[in-house]
Write a protein that binds this ligand. Structure first.
Ligand SMILES: C[S@@+](CC[C@H](N)C(=O)[O-])C[C@H]1O[C@@H](n2cnc3c(N)ncnc32)[C@H](O)[C@@H]1O
Ligand SMILES: [Zn+2]
Length: 398
């Protein structure tokens, strides 16, 4: 067994023993995969948001909460939840890696939460299945794997209480963004779109797959928060019992249609008649999905997140900017427009993004930035209007 060389770091209010970054390197950089126990400092932003999300959720939930981090690594999530979120009665942290177990225990003790933390060396699906009976289920489960979350979705749903929240991460962005179509079809049962708004399509495929897994148990889903950043997708989804809730969720599963020729795009429901050709230019359309065509965030949940004290978070500046954009884009239609892409199609210079947004607003459309891409806008303006604004922006606005 390798001897783990450790260092101490702080995330939020939690001190963690982690693999020494100077010891496990590749080409001079810390390489999480080289360490005997996995820890990725780049995911601190994701963990900070997870703390805020779980705090928001606990405020809406009565009684002491039982939560599970079944792919726990060294306990960065499960220990932080126990330490930083009030109302957690039990945080069950699992991992298959034998060497992770003593480190999770040490991290729990280091933070004085060893009485709240239960550490289990077990396959995640087995752990979740053992909690699938009434009385044993969790209020919140965080599925944070390597690659796709899909191998763990069914057992996670069965281990979740009614109105519980399931948080999922996908790091296999290449399949979800259409770089590896076959892998996306295998892992998610959905066809991706390899185009300029592939990150939103990928996120919607991940959520759509979860929604379809939930439906078969006559549960419906509400997406509380979801996003695409860095090298991963993340979603927080509440599952509520009831066939009617399921029907409502099913009505938010569909396809994204896209014209690679003129850039037109639109969302259609699962049972709609599917157009084969673009209504604008007549060229064949591409179809992505099935995927989630409903909202990507919940207004109240986002408000509860934004209203929290961020002062303890190392990533506070990034979080606050990020939440502002998420709030602004939450009611916008599906997909976004990358200005570089439109400009190259129109063979014109790329206009300043602020000016395009302003002009669309002057014309009476909603328009704003999106977290999906720094040079993209979300708007309810039709594609023809957006192209006109981009084409004319240089001469008229600058
Ligand atoms: C991406 S890492 C988790 C990182 C952790 N959540 C964090 O935020 O630091 C995935 C972890 O899952 C563990 N793992 C992989 N397959 C597993 C399985 N089938 N059951 C339980 N743990 C597993 C790995 O050992 C690894 O620690
Ligand atoms: Zn077209």
């Amino acid at each position: 067994m390798a001897i783990l060389d450790i260092a101490k770091i702080t995330e939020g209010r939690t001190v963690l023993e982690v693999p020494n970054p100077s010891k496990y390197t590749f080409q001079g950089q810390y390489a999480p995969f080289k360490a005997p126990v996995f820890y990725n400092p780049r995911m601190e932003f994701s963990r900070d948001i997870a703390i805020l999300a779980l705090r928001s959720f606990t405020k809406t939930r009565k009684g002491p909460l039982h939560i599970c981090d079944p792919l726990g690594g060294l306990g960065a999530r499960g220990v932080r939840y126990a330490k930083e979120v009030e109302g957690i009665e039990k945080s069950v942290i699992g991992d298959l890696n034998h060497e992770a177990i003593p480190l999770i225990k040490r991290n729990a003790i280091l933070n004085g939460v060893e009485n709240l933390v239960e550490v289990v060396e077990k396959d995640a699906n087995l752990l979740l299945t053992e909690h699938a009976e009434p009385g044993g289920r969790f209020d919140f489960i965080d599925v944070d794997p390597f690659g796709p979350p899909t191998p763990f979705l069914d057992s996670a749903i069965r281990a979740l209480k009614n109105k519980g929240v399931l948080a999922i991460t996908a790091t296999d962005t290449a399949p979800l963004c259409g770089v590896h179509t076959k892998a996306c079809i295998r892992k998610y049962g959905a066809v991706p779109l390899h185009n300029e708004f592939c990150h939103e399509t990928g996120l919607r495929i991940m959520i759509g797959t979860l929604a379809r897994e939930v439906l078969k148990y006559d549960f419906g889903v509400d997406v509380l928060l979801s996003y695409s950043v860095d090298h991963y997708f993340r979603a927080y989804v509440r599952a509520t019992m009831g066939a009617k809730r399921g029907d409502l969720s099913a009505s938010k599963i569909g396809y994204l249609l896209y014209c690679p020729e003129c850039g037109w795009r639109g969302a259609v429901k699962l049972n709609s008649q599917i157009l084969c050709n673009c209504g604008v230019c007549g060229k064949p359309l591409r179809r992505g999905g099935p995927l989630w065509i409903g909202a990507l965030a919940d207004r109240d949940f986002l408000e509860a997140l934004s209203g929290q004290d961020l002062s303890e978070m190392n990533t506070k500046k990034r979080i606050s900017k990020f939440l502002t954009i998420l709030e602004a884009e939450k009611d916008m239609p599906v997909s976004y427009y990358v200005l570089d892409w439109i400009s190259s199609k129109l063979k014109c210079d790329v206009p300043a993004i602020g000016k395009v947004i302003q002009r669309l607003k002057e014309l009476g459309y909603d328009s704003g930035l999106t977290h999906f891409h720094p040079k993209a806008i979300k708007t309810n303006a039709p594609y023809e209007i957006i192209s006109d604004v981009v084409r004319e922006a240089k001469s008229r606005l600058q």
